[in-house]
Design a protein around this ligand. Structure first.
Ligand code: C5P
Length: 304
């Protein structure tokens, strides 16, 4: 196999609690990720020689080492001592700086695609380490579906899939939020109720088939700075969303709808913004799309 095409799916957070500041400058999180069908696409090919080449259909995106795809490829080339030139064509659909994990997902898709293409095997622990070194949000995209994230959000515990939902993602025109700044805005206002919660009782909450309310600790501070985002959330709820929340640290706002027709009607209310009507993606759907028919087993060997 000389070329491979892999999707890089977006995520939303069904709940996101920021529970404390860490000595390494990051924050400890309790979050439930859910992957959705909105996605970028990477076409990866291997050629004789060395190095890396990245092109993108969005001219605004960096295509050098600033791009996580580049760093993901480099990390794996070094790890596997891969003596080939890696070429990637990125079709960018996930809006940037919207809390949808697009850059992180691209990086994970690069790791998975390159492993498959080079027919390499790597233990999952080592692959997760490489993913976490690229960014806190990268490891969840090795698994997809619904997953609990703790630590920096990079320690992943897969959760059972929830009922399928249609998701309306509103990416507000002209508002982008830097994750680093959003964490700074929280200041001392970190969640007080969650720290003592035992990991597994937290998981049990998330397993509830009725699904608890969506919660996101960033909303207060981000909505205060961008009141338009609060209005988008209200509008989604008025249009029949079972729940609506900020995606990650924003600025996208998403709503979960019980049926696609209602979701499409709701989407029409945001004609000035970029709106995506997509669906939740189960772990099995995710695994098949990213890892292929052989699934994890083909690529996640013991490294020998
Ligand atoms: O890991 P990543 O580079 O994607 O994170 C971007 C920024 O978000 C970090 O530099 C850090 O300031 C902040 N962050 C944090 N705590 C986390 C995740 C990210 O403070 N758990």
């Amino acid at each position: 196999m000389k070329a491979i095409t892999v999707p890089a799916y977006a995520k939303v957070n069904l709940c996101l609690h920021v529970v404390g500041r860490r000595a390494d400058g990051y924050h400890d999180l309790r979050t439930v990720f859910q992957t959705v069908s909105l996605h970028d696409t990477l076409e990866i090919s291997l050629h004789p020689g060395r190095g890396m080449e990245l092109t993108c259909d969005d001219p605004k995106l960096p295509i050098g080492r600033d791009n996580l795809i580049w760093r993901a490829a480099e990390a794996l080339q070094n790890e596997m001592k891969l003596d080939r030139r890696v070429s990637v064509r990125l079709k960018k659909r996930i809006p940037v700086a919207r809390g949808l994990g697009g850059g992180s997902s691209d990086a994970a898709a690069m790791l998975i695609g390159l492993l498959r293409l080079a027919r390499c095997k790597l233990p999952i622990d080592r692959l997760s380490e490489i993913a976490a070194s690229l960014g806190a949000d990268v490891p969840v995209f090795l698994f997809g579906g619904r997953a609990l994230g703790v630590g920096r959000g990079d320690q992943i515990f897969p959760l059972p899939d929830g009922p399928p939902r249609t998701v309306v993602v509103v990416s507000p025109r002209g508002i982008g939020v830097s994750t680093r700044k959003a964490f700074g805005w929280l200041g001392r206002k970190l969640t007080k109720a969650v720290p003592d919660l035992k990991l597994w009782s937290f998981c049990a909450l998330c397993w509830s088939p009725q699904e608890g309310p969506l919660e996101n600790d960033f909303e207060t501070e981000v909505f205060r700075r961008y009141p338009r985002l609060r209005r988008i959330k209200r509008e989604l709820l008025r249009a029949g969303a079972a729940g609506a929340a900020l995606a990650g640290s924003g600025s996208a706002v998403f709503g979960l709808f019980p049926n696609p027709a209602q979701a499409r009607r709701a989407a029409q209310k945001f004609s000035g913004d970029r709106v995506f009507v997509c669906s939740t993606l189960s772990r099995e759907e995710y695994r098949f799309a990213l890892w292929g028919r052989g699934g994890f087993a083909r690529s996640l060997g013991d490294g020998r």
